[in-house]
Design a protein around this ligand. Structure first.
Ligand SMILES: Nc1ncnc2c1ncn2[C@@H]1O[C@H](COP(=O)(O)OP(=O)(O)OP(=O)(O)O)[C@@H](O)[C@H]1O
Length: 244
């Protein structure tokens, strides 16, 4: 039987009493590279923030490795959208990557040499060693995204949830992120990634969730990535559809 990394059951999420996703059910397979694809406002970020328990749903549940507990999120590395992070915060690149280790230590225990070595190795993987002592405020968008991924790698999470990690980055960084994702997947890690570029879905992902406030379809790219399904997901959906 396929093992499930993340499961969402009967999930409804609303802002100011207006539902943006409604009665959503989906399973993300362990060891998959799963893309969440859909138009602007489809509820993609809302879905992953709800899985991360940053938003409380109106109804339904989300499970990590079968557990509904917040503590299960320790196994998850979350990379939010670039715009949601305060990059003026005074911290070096190395500090930020080392933060990936805190989940294993608690906030009040100092990182030891092993933690530092893991952070250095993660920086090396993302080819950011030369920027180790730079302030994060000094980095370009693509470099920031590399640092975020390095932090996720240092975390040694089993599930990586990323919100548009390829947004606004150059092809070299994109290739590096995809190579790293495929490498980590070959080690059994699971990826759930909000993705906008329709042309690269089959190359980068093996599973896809097509979302437009509800699940249009989900499953292996080879089965569900069809023109008909994509068109169905990108149809305009008026708010009226949510009023019964
Ligand atoms: N904090 C909020 N308060 C009120 N409404 C919100 C909030 N965040 C998102 N929304 C609304 O919820 C809907 C879904 O937003 P969400 O960010 O989840 O979409 P998305 O699929 O990630 O979109 P995009 O591709 O544009 O990033 C949108 O209509 C948005 O305006």
């Amino acid at each position: 039987m396929t093992e499930i990394a993340v499961s969402v059951k009967n999930l409804t999420v609303a802002y100011n009493n207006a539902p943006v996703i409604q009665n959503l059910n989906v399973d993300i397979k362990k060891g998959s590279r799963t893309a969440i694809v859909g138009p602007n406002g489809a509820g993609k970020s809302t879905l992953i923030k709800t899985i991360m328990k940053l938003i409380k749903p109106v109804a339904g549940q989300s499970f990590i490795g079968g557990s509904e507990a917040k503590s299960a999120l320790k196994t998850v590395a979350y990379v939010p959208q670039k715009g949601e992070v305060n990059w003026d915060f005074p911290a070096t690149v190395f500090d930020v990557v080392l933060m990936g280790r805190y989940v294993h230590k608690g906030l009040f225990k100092r990182p030891n040499q092993t933690d530092k070595n893991i952070a250095l190795s993660a920086l090396d993987t993302m080819k950011m060693t030369a920027y180790k002592d730079h302030q994060i405020s000094e980095l370009s968008g693509g470099q920031r995204q590399r640092v975020f991924l390095a932090r996720a790698i240092a975390h040694n999470a089993s599930i990586y949830i990323m919100d548009e990690p390829l947004q606004g980055i150059d092809i070299t960084t994109e290739a590096l992120i995809i190579k790293t994702m495929k490498q980590l997947q070959s080690e059994g890690k699971t990826f759930l990634v909000v993705h906008h570029n329709l042309t690269t879905v089959p190359e980068y992902f093996n599973d896809v969730i097509l979302l437009n406030k509800e699940i249009i379809t989900s499953g292996p790219v080879a089965d569900v990535w069809t023109e008909g399904n994509i068109n169905a997901a990108y149809q305009e959906k008026g708010d009226k559809e949510w009023t019964s």
